[in-house]
Write a protein that binds this ligand. Sequence first.
Ligand SMILES: [Zn+2]
Ligand SMILES: [Zn+2]
Ligand SMILES: [Zn+2]
Ligand SMILES: [Zn+2]
Length: 766
Amino acid sequence: MDAEWRRYCGSRWQGIDEQERRGFGHIPGIRESFRFCQRKLGSKDEAVFEQLSAHCSTQKDPKAELDFKQQGNARFKAKDYIQAVALYSKGLRHSSTQSPQAAVLYANRSAALYHLQRYQECLADIRRAQEHNYPRELEHKILARHASCLHHLGVPDGAYDKRSRGNLSDGGGQGPCSTALPSIQTHSESQDPPSARGKASAVPGEVSPSIALHSDTSRGRHMIATEELRPGEVLIQEEAFAAVLIPEEGRRESLPNEDLHCHHCLGQAELSLPCLSCSFSSYCSELCRHHAWQQYHWLECRLGGLLLALGTFAHLALRTVLVAGMQEVERAQRLGSGSDWWPSEEQSKREDPKHTIGQAGCSGTERFSGASGGMPRDGLSRYQTIHSLLTHMEQQKPKHRFLCGFTAAAVCCEIKRRGLELQMVSEELETQSAQGQRLSILGEALLRHMLQLECNAQAITVVRDTASATCSVAGVGNSHVAEMEQVRIATAFYSGVSLLNHSCHPNTSITFRNTSINVRASQRIPAGQEVLHCYGPHWSRMSVKERQRALSLQYFFQCRCTACVSEENKEAGMDSLVCQFLCSRCGVTLQDSEEAHCTCSNSCCGHMVSKQSLIQQVQEIRSQMGNARGLSAGHPDEAFRLLSKCQRVAQNLLSSHHPVQGEIEDCLAQVYASQADWTAAARHLGMSCDLVRIQFGDRSVELGKQLFKLAQILFNGHVVDEALSVIEQAECLLSLHCGAEHEMMIELSEMKSCLQTLPSQFPVSP
Ligand SMILES: [Zn+2]
Ligand SMILES: [Zn+2]
Ligand SMILES: [Zn+2]
Ligand SMILES: [Zn+2]
């Protein structure tokens, strides 16, 4: 939820008199909770919605269009083509469908792409410029560029020319962007990513026949291996039921999420196609734009600013309803009615331990069937599975329930105010439910999903090569080594994965490809063992106390996983992070305590330090490392100076195996690599690998990623034998966690085949 909106809801909650607030605390049902919030919503609130929407406006603005164009032109003149492309793309989001400016922006972007030698993309933009009626008197310019592109691509002039002219005459008459509903032009969209092409026919999910859905009182629904699972075996492959991109505008220096990814399939979409009606959404292809519009964007587009102001959970709740369709939502509510504390499935299960989910004839163990489209064969559709996820109504604080309910009421209110209510409902539903009921069906569903998201939202992450992003934005050529950062780009609902229980030491790994998730066995899982994944608190990153706290606060359960049990019994596990700090007086490690302070473990010293100050000092080191990275290309000496200062501070502050020590080594390797000093880079990266091994373990994905970087450096340094051996180790780990198709795996295999053609004692070249 967005901070400003949260504050406003909080003040509204405080404004309600205490007796009424207490009464709300005792309302048992979702429907009643929603109605309470709806009644609290008045015309004064509507004025606030309007303000908030205006603040995050998604309307197209001709002034912004012109502004971005001029900024783009300035960057183009300065030969900063990457920034120019980004700025032209931003301008295009503000182009209205009939704008002659759009044609100019596409043409200018094509020029920048030409200079970046991205000829295919340049050709696509030239086509778009033509489709937007690029001025005849200037057309010779883009035609000349068109011919040069073909020359560079080695395509005989005649062949391509015919095709593109054919398109021109096809599209010329209708003006493809003149209709409200985007037209699909797959025939001319040659660079659609595979994800976008496969999207329409994609199977929603596949679950391996080797795992089965069980349910019992203590664990709820969960997954069990029915036969032994091999490490690396794919267990679940599933498309998100609904996913919403997390906007980052203003929170990042480089390109934010919304400029890098398709708002429908989340694929790479740097050269995005904007929505025809708003300035926010943009897509990787005409096909994605069309699907998004058909499924949900027709409505979201008109609520634009408000959804951004209310935050991602409200947005995802609404999208889930729109993707499912109101008819399906109404059906799910009818089936589940009468038990709002728990959806009926969960309730009956709790009351009767022997109860088995689903239709007659099912045993307690149900196999998933790939043939039924990956749907759990427990009689529930994908939406019903989501609808039946726990809301934890009884544990959520009344204030939180009010925030969600009030947000749901705000969305309903805005839909009604804009007269969009009728369009949401099919005729069949219209006859079944009375007029006023439609909005309460919607409101109830929104509140339910928002409550569920607290515990069931799945973050979609990508590994972003941040080094090349920052370097290229600064216009300083290409980086030699990937600097990988796990970035959260979207929040999603998955019906199958949401059935997996948590462990702080899970036996699976997850990876994402656009909106689809892959769950793999990360170790051998014997038949009968539960398949578990980690909700966030992982044994290698948090102490048992910290994990238990986080899990019970957010997920309302006491973790009894193997890691927690053995750590509580002090058999194993990592020290609390505090124990990895050193006393500034005597250099002995500090001791954790329940208070805000911790004390030196050396009883003769007894020095006390505030935990807050320790955290701040670590943050300071990390921020200095960030600065050093930024300086590595242009001012390496300055970067080295900063890093040796970091090392000195870390040496006195942190134990030798604190994660930050490894991060500093990694950063040093990065700067040496930018100077093409591969020997030094490899030495430092080797040390960071050792620390990652200590922190995350021998078979961790983190070690795999670090070895991947080391392989790149050894490859660049032509250290053939060592590179081959590191590649082999990296492949072994990454194939297990990420699968053979992962981009890192592909790069490793390319490096390997290249190295195998070289003599093994190749001289180390600078
Ligand atoms: Zn897409
Ligand atoms: Zn739109
Ligand atoms: Zn645990
Ligand atoms: Zn001390």
